[in-house]
Design a protein around this ligand. Sequence first.
Ligand code: SPV
Ligand code: MN
Length: 623
Amino acid sequence: MPSWKISPSDQAKIDELNNPKLSKIINDAAELMQPDEIWVFTDDPKDAEKIRLSAIEFHEEKNLAIKGHTLHYDNYDDQGRAPGQTQVLLPPGQKLSRGLNYMEREKGLKEIFDIMKGVMKGHKMIVRFFCLGPVNSQFSICAVQITDSFYVAHSEDLLYRGGYEQFKKLKNKDDFFYFWHSQGELLPNFTTKNLDKRRIYIDPLENRVLSVNNQYAGNSLACKKLSLRLAINKAHKESWLAEHIFISAFYSSDKKRKTYFAGAYPSMCGKTSTAMIPGGTIVGDDIAYVRAGSNGEYRAANIERGIFGIIQDVNAKDDPVIFDALMSPKEIIFSNVLEKEGKVYWVGMGDKNFQYPTKGYNHSGDWEKGKKDVEGKEIPLSHPNSRFTLRLEDLSNVDEALHDPNGVEIQGLLYGGRDTDTSVPVAESPNWDHGVFVGATIESETTAATIGKSGIRASSPFANMDFIIIPLAKYIENHFKFGKLLKKHPKVYATNYFLKGADGQWLNSKLDKKIWILWAEGRIHGVYDAIDTPIGKIPKYEDLAKLFADTFSGRIYSQQEYIDQFSLRAGKYLEKFDRMEKLFKEEPNMPQQFWDELNAIRAKVKALKEKMGKDIISPFELK
Ligand code: SPV
Ligand code: MN
């Protein structure tokens, strides 16, 4: 007799799927983690409501003053993805690229199974089914989440499409991802206690991830970054791509043209705010599966149906659509923000006259202004990686194609990092391979979404580095190869919102990104000429001046601003290419196209620098 309870109706839900592998997985999970009870959920909205209420009943979330709003906390030291405790389990002898941990599969399984043994004692084991991607779509993958966290299950309900009915239709009954998660023992404040035993182990051989002693969504939510890792492995074998990209439609100023863009940006580099540029419509802000369409077009489908977004600096001026949504009654989970009397507050939510509370409760417990952590650092009012979770359909700018089983055709691809001293705000790649090189060489300062030091320059190919569980060279090669499957290549744009001038001041305002996107939109439709430079095609002054004036009610864009922003910092670009050469030389079997691009661009930048006899070349001299 099993030691756990399961009601006949919950057992019937499992039996109805008639899937021996699935039944075994559920049984094995219970045998290992020993919950008191198993609760099984279908796609029925009543089930979702039960999960939402349970998250409150078991204190993983609390109600806020506005209807539908709840608040969740993660442990003070569980506020971001934990690469140090994340391992990919590989057969003996297999290796991964720089920065990614891997260990021998058998050893890793033994270690994590030991930690997971009995970890659900006294807890309920939740079984949920999801569809990663639109239902009834060739893009999509079925997934089963097993967890003892109602916060995790609730978040996934906002973020993913129900998959119970999809499981019934599975052609190959073994073809799904599965995830076992436990938040582990909890502290009196209902956050994970044993962070020293936090583990996130990815097991590509079994298409599963095992995750224990954590709550932060990037570690716990199976369908998010855990499934992205498995999808990259699967995509690699099946000639499609699993990307860390947003999808949005942007429109010409007369609204006559609608063009879908996708974009890859590492955490905290403006991805969500690009996806949410006022005037556009959004399909997704984080992860998409990409396939070549029947006409050779680049098609992408959002695997999610919600947003787990960074809340810091979301305010009425910079992110009006999200801000409005966050202020009105609807289902929203806030995490790791400050609470006072049922209201939540976060850094950057108001203008300079806004009265922030000086006391309240946040991820550090009772908080008052000036409170310091154990290292003596002041604890901000909200964590820089504090977040909101909501359904895209609750946003006023949701795109009509959100659930289209065919995905959408992408005509523009945007890549960007956090780069204060090198790249121009926008440059168009002359061809696909150049674009792959741009994506492969994204660099960014590290941010608070990853536990560890912030502010160090890190390379993150396609903003996907943390999730590439196949050799990096293979992943990059797949992008070059994918270009061969396409007949209509999207135009690729390198963007940079973080450029600073010699005085250390930002050269752009936050809203300027709209101009770069409108320029790209116009380029795709043949509206603007461009200046050819060794690093790609850059905008002409007149076009930008008109775009700034038309978009921002007559704002004057000066020639000096243009010169400061679009001068080619040749010396800095050459430094970047040298950094990239050194880094990628360590990768065995890098595709030759990568080196061809690097060598060709570098030679052109060098030649230009020598011809002009200077390090920084004004765009007016490049005409
Ligand atoms: C990101 O950091 O890219 C996120 C949040 O989307 S996380 O779930 O932590 O990956
Ligand atoms: Mn992300």
